[in-house]
Ligand binder design. Sequence first.
Ligand code: GDP
Ligand code: ADP
Ligand code: 5GP
Length: 212
Amino acid sequence: MTTSERMDYPGNIFVVAAPSGAGKSSLVKALMELDSAVQPSVSHTTRSPRGQEKHGREYFFASPTEFDALIAADGFVEWAHVHGHRYGTSKRAIEERIAQGADVILEIDFQGALQIRKTFANAVMIFILPPSWEELRSRLERRGEDSASVIELRLKNAAEEMARAGEFDFVIINELFERALFDLKAIVHAQRLRYSAQRRARADTFAALNIP
Ligand code: GDP
Ligand code: ADP
Ligand code: 5GP
């Protein structure tokens, strides 16, 4: 399928990247609770599930062999090594949803995010920044999900990731959570007001107004 054919899908693709601990998962979860038209792209990962995580909900948890098989079957739009594990977005996770008109949101690392844009040229790229290094570290510690050495690795990777924020369309600084959520909602809302989206969603109004 060519890029231009893909661009005809009715749904939007939102790609959200951030250094680990910036609040990406919390913001995306809150957005989806408020807006049922935004649905997650469930990624595959070779890391183990954390406490409450469920196969098929947060991730499809795959063994390295299963992951290799999906690569071989050309099942991924993108995949990347992140923090010592592999993560990937399956084609199925995106295409089924946007073809039906849903908006799909991808919470993925910046390497994968930039790959998505190559396939889906009109994907909306959003980068989330923490307000400071101190706050990023304290959120990773407070989350209590990662060991001290994993936290150090994630902080080290964060500098490299944040240096690429300029390649994204939008930046949200997640200082006050409610403010950051408002910003995220505003970006989603603005996409739905684009000419092409309105033309599709409100075809009857355009027709009644005799707009060619
Ligand atoms: P279940 O996981 O046993 O419930 O089986 P499903 O029939 O619902 O399929 C989910 C499985 O399909 C996941 O565990 C993935 O391994 C696999 N899967 C998800 N997306 C893709 C894709 O894009 N391509 C391929 N080949 N497999 C996929
Ligand atoms: P990511 O998905 O980017 O790794 P999380 O969403 O897991 O980050 O957030 C990391 C931690 O920071 C979580 O414990 C979360 O509750 C907390 N957090 C998220 N946003 C804020 C915020 N604006 N202020 C304070 N804590 C936050
Ligand atoms: P976590 O293990 O904290 O859930 O995620 C670690 C990192 O992997 C995050 O930066 C997250 O965005 C990224 N990630 C999750 N799913 C994917 C994916 O499908 N593709 C890529 N490239 N990165 C992903």
